[in-house]
Design a protein around this ligand. Structure first.
Ligand code: HEC
Length: 140
């Protein structure tokens, strides 16, 4: 009984958090999918964190390619400013406030998470990490 109640509150809280992010669209749908996957992987998962996403974005990892230790290597330290890839080509800012059309194509989001997480961390990002990172850039 107690367990069921906790689960219900948790689900309600999650739905509120997600709907609070704005009008439902592809970005919100993808976040909801990452939330289900994160919950399946870790039953104590209680929502995404923009703070954890910021840490993921700025942290230097040792497991990936030496010339791309962090997301900021290409996307820059300021999420509202353009980034630059290794050949110097400009990359649109990652902050949703600066680039409102970002993260509206789920296949594009998945493709780049896979490629960039592998380059930076030497592994794919978990569903929780993807949701945290998207929460961070959506809050910027
Ligand atoms: C080697 C340079 C590089 C690094 C390092 C890098 N990215 Fe990217 N990222 C790109 C490029 C280039 C694109 C595609 C162009 C664009 O979307 O503007 C991109 C696009 C993305 C997208 C898709 C954006 C969209 O509009 O759908 C996501 C998500 C993303 N990156 C996340 C990350 C994360 C998380 C990290 C760190 C783990 C990271 N990137 C590190 C270069 C990089």
């Amino acid at each position: 009984m107690h367990r069921n109640l906790t689960t219900t509150f948790l689900a309600a809280g999650l739905a509120l958090t997600l709907s609070g992010a704005g009008i439902a669209g592809p970005r919100e749908d993808q976040l909801a999918q990452y939330a289900s996957a994160a919950k399946a992987a870790n039953p104590t998962f209680s929502g995404f964190s923009a703070d954890r996403g910021k840490t993921l974005h700025t942290q230097a990892f040792a497991g990936g390619k030496p010339d791309t230790p962090a997301c900021t290597t290409c996307h820059g330290k300021d999420p509202r400013a353009p980034g630059r890839n290794l050949t110097g080509k400009a990359i649109e800012p990652v902050a949703v406030s600066s680039a409102p059309s970002r993260y509206t194509d789920p296949a594009k989001v998945e493709k780049w998470f896979k490629r960039n997480c592998t380059e930076v961390m030497g592994r794919e990002c978990s569903a929780q990490e993807k949701g945290d990172w998207l929460s961070f850039v959506a809050s910027q």
